[in-house]
Write a protein of this length. Structure first.
Length: 385
C-alpha cells in the first residue's frame, strides 16, 4: 500500500455522542434506538426506523365515498409529524371516522407487505367504501401508497394500498455539530455478516447546511449503494465550506418494514505528512465456529459469526504522526472501535465499500525509531461483529 493514501483511519468522528451538540432521528423502535448505531456500541446493535410520516396541509386529504354515486367525503388527517406506524394509522382512522358514518380499521403490517390496509364496516351511506384516487384533492395518496390513475370502486369494503409504505417517503438521522466543520469522510455499515437493511433501489444522501432547515441544503451528495456499506471521502473536505448541521437522508420503502443502520462515522481521517502503509497487507479470516467429531468421524459444528484480522505496517512516519497515534490510542485503546477505509480509492478491491472496516486494535500498536525522525509502526486490527 506504499505511495498511496488509500488507507484512511477515521479516529476523529465528529458525531460521537460525547462531541455532538445535539442529534435527532425521524423514528426509532424501542428495542432498536438510534443510540445503538453510535461508535461506542457493537455494530450488531442496530438502529431500526419505526415509520416517519410528515403530514402537512397539502398532503393530508383522503377523498372517499360511502354511497354509490356520491357525495364525495373528505377525511383530513391531522397535520403533524408521526414517528410510528401505529400513530399514523390511528390518525388515518380518526380522520375517516370523523368524515363518514362508517367505522374504519387501518393497519399497515407484513400481512399486506407493508401496504396500508383500510377496512370499512359498511354502516354508513349505502354500505360501500370507494376511494376516489383520481380526484386531485386526494392529496394523501402518496403517503398511503395509493395509485392515482383509477378510482377504487369495487364492491369490496377493504382497500389495500398499491405500493409499499413503511414511511412517508424518507427517514433521517440529523446531527448538530455545535460548530461549523467540513469532514473528509462519511460511512454507514450494518452487521458484518449480512447485507445492509437498505434497498438497492433506495436513494441515500448526505446533506450539510448552516441551519437545520433542509429545503435547499448547501451540500448534498447521493451515496452509491453497496450491500456492505455506504461510504464516501474527499481529502479536501466533503463540502466547499464549513457547515454546522449534517443529515443522513434515507429514501427507501424497504419491504422489511424498516431501515436499519449498525454504525456510522462523519469526520476526518489520519493523514500523515510523510510515510505510508506498506505492502504486503496481511489478512487472516477468522471462523469462530466450534467443530467436534463423533467416534464415527462425523463432524458437528456450532456455527458462529466469522470475522477477520488485519496486520498493517507503516514506514517513514515523522514524529508528529507517531505522537498523534499515541494520543489516539489513549482514546481508543483496545476497547473502542473505529472506522478504517482500507482501500478508499479502490486500488486493490472491486469497491471501496467492500474494504470498509469497523474495527478495534487487537493488540497494542508497536513502533520503533529507525533513524532520527523516521518511525515504523505495526497495527493489528480485528473487525468487529
Amino acid at each position: 500500500m506504499s505511495n498511496t493514501t488509500c488507507l484512511r483511519v477515521f479516529w476523529d468522528n465528529f458525531i460521537d455522542l460525547d462531541l455532538l451538540a445535539h442529534s435527532d432521528v425521524s423514528s426509532e423502535q424501542t428495542a432498536f434506538p438510534v443510540t445503538n448505531a453510535y461508535n461506542t456500541q457493537r455494530r450488531s446493535k442496530v438502529w431500526r426506523s419505526n415509520g416517519y410520516f410528515n403530514v402537512t396541509s397539502s398532503t393530508n386529504q383522503i377523498i372517499f365515498r360511502e354511497t354509490s354515486g356520491g357525495p364525495d367525503l373528505t377525511a383530513s388527517i391531522a397535520v403533524a409529524e408521526y414517528s410510528t406506524l401505529s400513530s399514523f394509522t390511528t390518525a388515518i382512522k380518526t380522520a375517516l371516522d370523523a368524515a363518514g358514518d362508517s367505522t374504519y380499521t387501518v393497519t399497515n403490517s407484513s400481512s399486506t407487505g407493508f401496504k396500508f390496509n383500510i377496512v370499512s364496516n359498511g354502516a354508513g351511506g349505502s354500505g360501500v367504501f370507494h376511494l376516489m384516487a383520481t380526484d386531485v384533492n386526494f392529496t394523501a395518496a402518496s403517503l398511503l401508497g395509493v395509485a392515482t390513475d383509477t378510482d377504487q370502486t369495487s364492491a369490496s369494503l377493504t382497500r389495500v394500498g398499491d405500493y409499499v409504505r413503511c414511511n412517508g417517503g424518507s427517514e433521517f438521522i440529523e446531527w448538530d455539530l455545535g460548530l461549523s466543520s467540513n469532514p473528509k469522510g462519511f460511512a454507514v455499515i450494518g452487521s458484518r455478516n449480512s447485507p445492509l437493511k437498505l434497498s438497492p433501489g433506495g436513494t441515500y444522501k448526505l446533506q450539510g447546511n448552516h441551519t437545520s432547515t433542509w429545503t435547499s441544503p448547501v451540500y448534498e451528495s447521493t451515496l452509491t449503494y453497496n450491500d456492505n456499506a455506504l461510504y464516501l471521502t474527499d481529502e479536501d473536505g466533503l463540502a466547499s465550506t464549513y457547515l454546522r448541521f449534517w443529515r443522513f437522508l434515507i429514501q427507501d420503502q424497504n419491504p422489511n418494514g424498516y431501515v436499519e443502520v449498525g454504525a456510522f462515522c462523519l469526520g476526518d481521517y489520519f493523514d500523515p505528512v510523510r510515510g505510508r502503509a506498506q505492502f504486503p497487507l496481511q489478512v487472516d479470516l477468522v471462523d469462530r465456529s466450534d467443530t467436534i467429531f463423533s467416534e464415527g468421524g462425523q463432524s458437528y459444528a456450532d456455527i458462529k459469526e466469522s470475522t477477520a484480522t488485519y496486520t498493517i505496517e507503516w514506514k517513514g512516519l515523522k514524529k508528529e504522526a507517531i505522537e498523534e497515534m499515541e494520543n489516539q490510542f489513549q482514546v481508543y485503546g483496545t476497547h473502542t472501535p473505529f472506522f478504517v477505509g482500507l482501500d478508499s480509492d479502490s486500488v486493490f478491491s472491486s469497491s471501496s465499500q467492500r474494504r470498509l472496516l469497523f474495527c478495534k486494535f487487537a493488540a497494542e500498536p508497536r513502533y520503533q525509531l529507525v533513524s532520527p525522525n523516521n518511525w515504523e509502526v505495526s497495527f493489528n486490527l480485528r473487525e468487529e461483529l
